[in-house]
Design a protein around this ligand. Structure first.
Ligand SMILES: NC(=O)c1ccc[n+]([C@@H]2O[C@H](COP(=O)([O-])OP(=O)(O)OC[C@H]3O[C@@H](n4cnc5c(N)ncnc54)[C@H](O)[C@@H]3O)[C@@H](O)[C@H]2O)c1
Ligand SMILES: [Zn+2]
Length: 458
């Protein structure tokens, strides 16, 4: 939520306006946000007596009943706008269909829209709220690891446009975010792993204790979905809770730029220097988490070559990526790609490479003076090292599939042609025109290929 305070004064030839916007928003950790005995969410809707929810259709299928019972229990009317979501549907059409539902519902000033789903739905619905009457409140309930520890930590909201990722967007803080890791119980393992990469990123460059915990519990965290899918005496859940709390806190401290003027040297850009290009280089694009892991693993080898990261720490990091099933290398990650990616990132980072590397583990240094010779030598050594690792450094389920593009129902791929007219349901229950008409990967690739204006995915 934000609040604008401004003053106006006269100048000799006109006026001067000066103002600042206060931004405040809260996060609440709460497993079981839709359990009737937990009133926290209902309390925020009590004064309105009703709620408009925008949600990912997959989440609706899994959690819609539970959610309806929750609102019934608390005597609140619930209307749901369901949307199929995916990179291809992170579009102006989806945005306007949400806007239509807000109008049909008659959302009134200050009444918050509830947004439930992964980073895609929170981004597009958050943007609809930013634009609706120039500013409408919303409450977020992220349901993926990426959503919980990354997308919902930031106040950036956006849609893809004109084949550019996140080209239209805003900074729009929600009123409140509920962090319910219980949703991970149903999240496919490949999506859990994808988010795990962002946790390795933040911990290896900013919080050693979190890295130690990821290292200790790696396989169990992924297999038990952060301790939510099986009861293992609570040990994994306890570690997960500490990891998530510290990881999110570090992200918030680093990414509130008005409080910490950090400019273009961004710790959270570790793994995001060369990855924007090689993410899209294979015939089927890599998942974001795998692309950044290749970049992180390679950058660690570069740092080790320079003596910035000790042999032990370098190996610890590579072992962790490998154990997590994350990619550390790819056949098409070669000198040509490195060179091209370097040229691209120099443009977006104001002429400096600003490659974040962990040094030592748990803190970060930025490299600006890396020559092509040095990069290529590090690449040769990195590829040699990969021969010692399982799968020669390749990842598990490393490529995007229909679940990343928006062509799934209950995590099963659907044919975009047959479902073309059935993907969006407004609150009037009517199915609205959707935007799915072309091939899955073409759509994904077109959107992503031009879309990294600041050298980061977001
Ligand atoms: N705003 C930001 O700062 C920011 C940061 C990071 C990422 N993002 C954006 O987030 C998007 C990626 O988000 P994501 O990785 O969360 O993907 P997503 O929202 O597409 O979700 C991935 C898949 O998991 C399904 N799903 C979601 N929650 C589930 C659950 N609990 N159980 C079962 N299935 C579930 C979805 O239906 C989808 O098929 C990208 O568009 C990226 O640009 C934004
Ligand atoms: Zn990222």
């Amino acid at each position: 939520m934000s609040d604008l305070k401004a003053t106006v004064s006269e100048t000799i030839d006109g006026f001067h306006v000066e103002g600042y916007e206060k931004i405040e928003y809260d996060f609440t950790f709460l497993d079981g946000v839709f359990e009737p005995q937990n009133p926290q969410l209902a309390n925020l809707y009590e004064r309105w007596g009703r709620c408009l929810a925008v949600m990912d259709r997959n989440i609706y299928v899994l959690y819609g009943d539970r959610m309806q019972k929750y609102f019934d229990h608390h005597g609140l009317e619930l209307k749901i706008h369901q949307t199929m979501i995916g990179e291809k549907a992170k579009s102006l059409e989806t945005f306007t269909s949400i806007v239509d539902s807000m109008t049909d519902f008659g959302i009134i000033r200050k009444e918050p829209v509830l947004v439930v789903g992964g980073g895609l739905v929170t981004d597009v619905a958050g943007f609809a709220c930013a634009a609706y009457r120039r500013n409408t409140n919303y409450i977020r309930i992220p349901t993926t690891v990426i959503g919980l520890i990354d997308a919902s930590v930031s106040i950036k909201v956006a849609v893809n446009y004109g084949n550019y990722k996140n080209r239209l967007g805003a900074y729009h803080a929600p009123m409140h975010t509920f962090l319910d890791f219980g949703f991970l119980r149903t999240l496919p393992e490949a999506q859990v792993r994808n988010g795990f990469a962002e946790l390795i990123k933040i911990s290896s460059c900013a919080h050693l204790r979190t890295f130690d915990l990821l290292d200790e519990f790696c396989e169990r965290l992924i297999a038990t979905k952060f301790g939510r899918s099986t009861d293992d005496k609570g040990e994994v859940k306890k570690a997960a809770d500490e990891i998530n709390r510290n990881g999110i806190y570090e992200m918030l401290k680093l990414e509130t730029p008005n409080l910490h003027e950090i400019g273009l040297d961004r710790v959270i850009a570790y793994g995001h220097t060369w990855s924007p290009l090689h993410e899209l280089t294979p015939p089927v694009p890599l998942r974001h988490g795998h692309a950044i892991s290749i970049d992180m693993a390679y950058s660690a080898t570069l740092a080790n070559n320079r003596g910035l990261l000790s042999d032990d720490e370098h190996r610890r990091l590579l072992n962790l990526f490998s154990r997590a099933g994350l990619s550390m290398d790819h056949d098409l990650f070669n000198e040509e790609i490195l060179d091209k990616a370097t040229q691209a990132i120099l443009k977006t980072r104001d002429g400096l490479l600003r490659a974040a590397v962990p040094s030592p583990l748990g803190s970060c240094k930025f490299l600006n003076d890396v020559t092509n010779e040095e990069m290529f030598a590090a690449l040769r050594r990195h590829k040699k090292l990969m021969k010692e690792y399982p799968r020669v450094g390749a990842g598990v389920e490393a490529y995007v599939d229909a679940s990343d593009t928006g062509y799934t129902i209950n995590n099963k791929p659907v044919d975009p042609q047959t479902h073309a007219q059935k993907l969006v349901t407004g609150i009037d229950g009517k199915e609205k025109k959707s935007v799915f008409s072309d091939g899955i990967l073409n759509g994904f690739r077109e959107i992503a290929v031009n879309g990294y204006p600041n050298g980061l995915r977001n």
